[in-house]
Design a protein around this ligand. Structure first.
Ligand code: CAA
Length: 257
């Protein structure tokens, strides 16, 4: 598939997607979401790739779902056309995804970032769910993920007022993992992704799956799920390799088995 709205690269073991609709501040239209799904699914089936980075431009990671595309939509058309279903598939990506966020990260842009596993932000990043100002509310998981990530008080504040939060506040409340200088953003995200990709891919995928269960299950159920997967890791060659390498004081050579 030739991509019109994103740029896709492979650097070592890392897949890199750059959102590329600068004329619309990377507003996420349906074509872009379809292309993003295609790229992620290509990375997912490529055994040479262990982690993905999604980034945008300096001014905007993404300024939300495409309002011009949404403005004319009706209910029945949206329902029959499964509007926003493509977004849900992004959240189901099994290999880790890192968002490298600079500038505006609004509405669907923030919802996309929250579907990623690690969010690294530039000092210039600005986060908001401004849907309320358009006569709607977030529709791609924002009302559910934001309170789980930063608590009800701040989530209500952001969703009901539509106000913007800067990178320092986003880091303080746990929405982003790291804040870095703008010029270091992509390098830092790529280095983190290369680190993740250097480990055993199936083990990394299981760790991601297990952490995500913490959002969905009770503590007791989640801990049981963790224990099952943890024990299953002792059936992998990579567990043997990782521990034998530690004992022998050498670097492990993970084979993804
Ligand atoms: N959809 C479509 N086009 C958008 C867009 C969006 N979300 N955000 C920006 N653009 C377009 C603008 O219309 C403008 O295009 P034209 O030059 O053709 O007029 C271009 O991008 C540049 O934008 P601005 O001139 O507005 O740039 P600015 O620097 O003055 O302002 C901004 C930047 C504050 C981000 C402003 O563009 C803005 O408020 N954008 C909309 C943000 C928003 O409401 N996002 C939520 C969308 S709803 C959603 O995401 C639903 C969901 O949950 C799935």
């Amino acid at each position: 598939m030739a991509f019109q709205n994103i740029i896709v690269e492979i650097r070592g073991q890392v897949g890199l997607v750059t959102l590329n609709r600068p004329q619309a501040l990377n507003a996420l239209n349906e074509a872009l979401i379809a292309e993003l799904n295609e790229a992620l699914s290509d990375f997912e089936s490529n055994p040479g790739i262990g982690c993905t980075v999604i980034t945008g431009a300096e001014k905007a990671f993404a300024a939300g779902a495409d309002v011009k595309e949404m403005a004319q939509k009706g209910y029945v058309e949206s329902y029959l056309g499964k509007f926003l279903d493509g977004w849900t598939r992004i959240a189901e990506t099994r290999k880790p995804v890192i968002a490298a966020v600079s500038g505006f990260c609004l509405g669907g842009g923030l919802e996309l970032a929250m579907m990623c596993d690690i969010v690294i932000a530039s000092e210039t990043a600005r986060f908001a769910l401004p849907e309320i100002t358009l006569g709607i509310m977030p529709g791609a998981g924002g009302t559910q993920r934001l309170p789980r990530f930063i608590g009800k008080a701040k989530a209500m504040d952001l969703i009901l007022t539509g106000r913007m939060m800067d990178a320092a506040e986003a880091e303080r409340c746990g929405l982003v993992a790291r804040v870095v200088r703008p010029e270091n953003l992509l390098d830092e995200a790529m280095a983190a992704a290369a680190k993740v990709a250097s480990f055993s891919t199936p083990i990394v995928m299981m760790a991601k799956e297990t952490v995500n269960r913490a959002q969905e299950m009770s503590l007791a159920e989640g801990a049981r799920f963790e224990r099952r997967l943890f024990l299953s890791m002792f059936a992998t060659e990579d567990q043997k390799e990782g521990m034998q390498a530690f004992v022998a004081k050498r670097k492990p050579d993970f084979r993804n088995r």
